[in-house]
Design a protein around this ligand. Structure first.
Ligand code: NZQ
Ligand code: ZN
Length: 385
């Protein structure tokens, strides 16, 4: 295990009815609130009205940044920053999925920065100050509710980049707020959290039994609960288990003491930057191909994955067969729950492969399980066509 220092300051308020604490939590930071939300789903199931009533009932002044896009745009983030600066906002409150939370994070750090907020995403500056951020999560997927990552798209440059920004001060995670998530987004969410585990599980670091078992438990919990949430979208316990998995998959704990990879995310962001496809739709396609491309780098890790996570019986099989059976099981699971399989499912052909490979390796080779140069990325993309 490698050395590590770990601190995660986000306060999690998990479960039905936790919104009761919203006004008290907001008052810890002030009364001028910028409410950030997406295309209106929170209005369709009553959460918007509930939040507004609670804030106004607690004498808060509410400003709004509405219409945050899935794959949030820099221009939207900039609008929020301008509002914060004009109105001297005390707290940014994100109500939505990962895109809304990520945009709100960009707003929170941009409001305390004199330069261009894209500097953080372009690795030209590091965020040192931020407005406090509260979150009410409505989609279990990204883990953004308990980490400091933010992913924003610069549409004109066709660049989708992640940056370390700010941790939410508090996050309200009420599984009932995910009951209305449509089937496709529920599937994407589960693929995304599983992919976050993969990025931290496929590692060369040795002697990490706790991190490995933690990762395997998250994967198995998602695998067990997936059919339940898909058949019964209002099953509280299943939605709760999935929501908790999403948060724990990317709140930093799995990465402690471990060399992590993140190449597949880098490749997916390059695909989304050009084609604007759902993040985890891209991951479902790319990850099994990445696995196939890299498994020989540390076949033991893939044997463990196959046997521990997918229950592959190794008897009578070669190491290679066991490793490949685990990869095949991953592919089949994604297929079974209805995730896309090939880039062609999004009408993506080989036209921009070089461009995507270039974008993914813009800052140099990516990944650590196998360092991927531009040509490696292009090959994985070709395998994904
Ligand atoms: O826009 P609204 O109306 O809110 O609708 C959204 C959107 O259309 C809808 N939705 C959300 N909650 C709902 C709901 N519909 C009905 N009922 C609800 N309760 O779902 C759609 C997708 O929402 P989005 O926020 O885009 O999804 P997700 O949470 O998957 O976030 C994806 C974004 O997060 C980034 C991705 O790249 C992508 O841009 N990521 C952020 C990470 C982080 N900050 O740590 C890590 C991830 O790897 C990822 O890259
Ligand atoms: Zn992701």
């Amino acid at each position: 295990m490698n050395n590590f220092e770990f601190r995660n300051p986000t306060e999690i308020l998990f479960g039905k009815g936790q919104i009761e604490k919203l006004a008290d939590k907001v008052h810890e930071y002030g009364t001028k609130v910028l409410l950030v939300y997406g295309g209106g789903s929170i209005k369709s199931f009553g959460l918007y009205d509930d939040v507004i009533q609670r804030l106004q009932g607690a004498d808060c002044q509410v400003f709004e940044l509405a219409g945050v896009e899935p794959n949030p745009r820099l221009t939207t983030v900039q609008k929020g920053i301008d509002l914060c600066k004009q109105e001297s906002i005390d707290l940014v409150l994100a109500v939505g999925g990962g895109s809304v939370v990520d945009a709100a994070k960009g707003v929170a750090v941009g409001a305390k920065y004199d330069g261009d907020v894209w500097d953080f995403y372009d690795r030209k500056a590091v965020a040192e100050a931020a407005l406090p951020l509260g979150v009410i999560l409505t989609l279990a997927a990204t883990g953004s509710e308990m980490n400091r990552g933010s992913v924003v798209t610069h549409w004109e440059k066709q660049e989708k980049r992640g940056a370390g920004t700010t941790f939410p001060a508090f996050s309200i995670l009420d599984p009932t707020n995910t009951f209305s998530v449509p089937e496709d987004q529920t599937v994407y969410g589960m693929v995304d959290m599983m992919s976050h585990v993969f990025e931290q599980y496929f590692s060369h670091t040795e002697n990490i039994p706790l991190q490995s078992r933690y990762a395997e438990s998250i994967l198995k919990t998602v695998i067990d609960n997936a059919p339940v949430v898909l058949e019964q979208p209002k099953n509280y316990e299943a939605r709760a288990n999935i929501m908790y998995c999403g948060t724990m998959a990317l709140n930093g704990q799995l990465a402690q003491g471990v060399e992590t990879d993140w190449a597949s995310h880098g490749i997916e962001h390059a695909v989304s930057a050009i084609y604007d496809i759902p993040h985890a739709g891209g991951l479902a396609i790319i990850f099994p191909n990445w696995m196939k491309y890299v498994y020989k780098e540390n076949i033991d890790r893939f044997i463990r994955f196959a046997t521990e996570v997918w229950g592959v019986d190794p008897s009578g099989q070669s190491d290679e067969e066991v490793a490949l059976a685990g990869i095949q099981a991953t592919r089949e699971f994604f297929n079974k729950i209805g995730a896309p399989v090939r880039l062609a499912d999004y009408d993506i052909d080989d036209q921009h492969i070089e461009d995507m490979a270039q974008k993914a390796t813009h800052f140099g080779p990516i990944g650590s399980f196998k360092k991927l140069e531009k040509e490696d990325v292009a090959e994985i993309l070709r395998m994904s066509l």
